[in-house]
Design a protein around this ligand. Structure first.
Ligand code: NAD
Length: 304
């Protein structure tokens, strides 16, 4: 179903430069993005396909600006001939009113991480959901999805929750320190997936109780260098749970270390980071990305 999202581009094939001298201009708008791997990842895949690509970071922190600068930044990128932009925290929802249309998944998830400029129009996509889904399919084959607990109901959490339901989760328990966010996400996903049980939980320990849950996904920023620690207390982990963390900087978060120590099967955030970029590259260029090659690029970039 998610693959149809790419086909939903109403403007026909996107515009990889046909002229070998032309430059594919891309960028990332967000806050605190100086360590982002997106420029290196997209530029390496473009180079491997014989496309000259310049990927620019438009860091709101460096600009000493907030989401109010989005209209200017989008107009400027269009004026400078950008093919598209990636969008990250804190802009994924704020950017929506500035777009002409949304793909069906961006609409359902309520967040945009990729914008394509074409024919004077701006189309918003969400490739985070497909990124998580593809990563899970590759590396968590056979993991039970009967009952899954997700911690974090922000922009990325909306995408992973949607992906878990697309993957077949029967029951999804959403916990967030801001209970209103968990409730809002559960309500909107219940509408999209009326045959599943999607509920907000107020007590994480109960949601993860032994014998009642199969897996847990961290979709909070906890575990990043900027947000050390874990949103999931180590004491509630047990060997019958699988544990996925979407934080990928660092790859080995405190949660994943604790999960491995408890004997859990684990998934780090690297795969989602790669596959969301794979799909974004395809939207920007209209070409098929080599996902395995992008995974290798990512491993090299992450190691360096
Ligand atoms: P966000 O700020 O929109 O949402 C985070 C949510 O987590 C908020 O609702 C907040 O209330 C909740 N939260 C924070 N600490 C918590 C805690 N201790 N317990 C329970 N809830 C807590 O952020 P976001 O855009 O959703 O991004 C979250 C993280 O996802 C990012 O920090 C990033 O590391 C990661 N991410 C990874 C990828 C990837 O490709 N692997 C893609 C996007 C985001």
């Amino acid at each position: 179903m998610l693959s149809q999202d790419l086909m939903a581009n109403p403007h026909g094939p996107p515009d990889a430069p046909a002229d070998a001298k032309a430059v594919l201009r891309l960028g990332l708008i967000g806050s605190g993005i100086q360590a982002s791997k997106a420029p290196a990842l997209h530029e390496a895949e473009a180079a491997a396909q014989g496309i000259r690509c310049a990927y620019q970071l438009l860091d709101l922190d460096a600009l000493q600006a907030g989401v109010e600068r989005l209209p200017d930044l989008l107009a400027d990128a269009e004026r400078r001939g950008f093919a598209g932009l990636n969008i990250t925290h804190p802009c994924k929802q704020a950017v929506i009113p500035l777009l002409h249309e949304l793909s069906p998944h961006a609409q359902a998830i309520g967040a945009v991480n990729t914008i394509h400029f074409y024919g004077g129009r701006r189309t918003g996509y969400n490739t985070d959901a497909w990124g998580f889904e593809e990563s899970f399919r590759h590396d968590m084959q056979g993991a039970s999805l009967a009952a899954v607990v997700q911690v974090g109901a922000g922009g990325a959490g909306a995408a992973t929750a949607y992906a878990l339901l697309e993957l077949g989760a029967r029951e999804l328990r959403i916990f967030d320190a801001d209970s209103g966010r968990a409730e809002a996400l559960a309500a909107s996903l219940s509408e999209c997936f009326p045959d599943r049980e999607v509920r907000a939980w107020r007590n994480l320990c109960e949601a993860v109780a032994v014998g009642t849950a199969d897996g847990i996904v961290n979709a909070t920023p906890m575990g990043m260098a900027k947000h050390p620690g874990s949103a999931v207390p180590a004491e509630i982990l047990h060997r019958d749970l699988w544990v996925a963390d979407i934080v990928y900087f660092p790859r080995e978060t405190q949660l994943l270390s604790a999960a491995r120590a408890a004997g859990c099967r684990t998934l780090d955030g690297g795969g989602m980071a790669v596959y969301q970029a794979v799909r974004a590259f395809e939207i920007f260029t209209g070409r098929t990305a080599d996902a395995e090659r992008m995974r290798r690029h990512f491993e090299r970039i992450a190691a360096g």
